[in-house]
Design a protein around this ligand. Structure first.
Ligand SMILES: [Zn+2]
Ligand SMILES: [Zn+2]
Ligand SMILES: [Zn+2]
Length: 91
């Protein structure tokens, strides 16, 4: 009986497909309206950032100052079915 050739770690890595982008998931959290980087601590009570949800229950981060703009972006996304027109992320 012939045994399957075991792949080395490097070979397996080469075979693994690149991960597709997750539109509603970010390694870094950025405000949907202004693109500012937000730290997890900022989402705590009385923080400067919060989460808002579109009709599909996807969560989007936003600075508290940007909430109105962010809600408008999500409303537009829910109305048109187009991806949320989020701002370019920056640091
Ligand atoms: Zn970031
Ligand atoms: Zn913002
Ligand atoms: Zn959505």
């Amino acid at each position: 009986m012939k045994r399957e050739k075991r792949l080395t770690k490097r070979e397996r890595k080469a075979l693994a497909p690149a991960r597709p982008a997750q539109p509603h998931e970010h390694k870094h959290i950025h405000c949907v309206a202004c693109g500012k980087h937000l730290d997890p601590e900022e989402f705590l009570a009385q923080g400067s950032a919060t989460w808002i949800q579109c009709l599909h229950k996807s969560r989007f981060a936003t600075c508290t100052e940007c909430v109105e703009i962010s809600k408008r972006l999500l409303a537009e996304h829910d109305r048109t079915g187009q991806p949320v027109q989020s701002a370019q992320a920056w640091h």
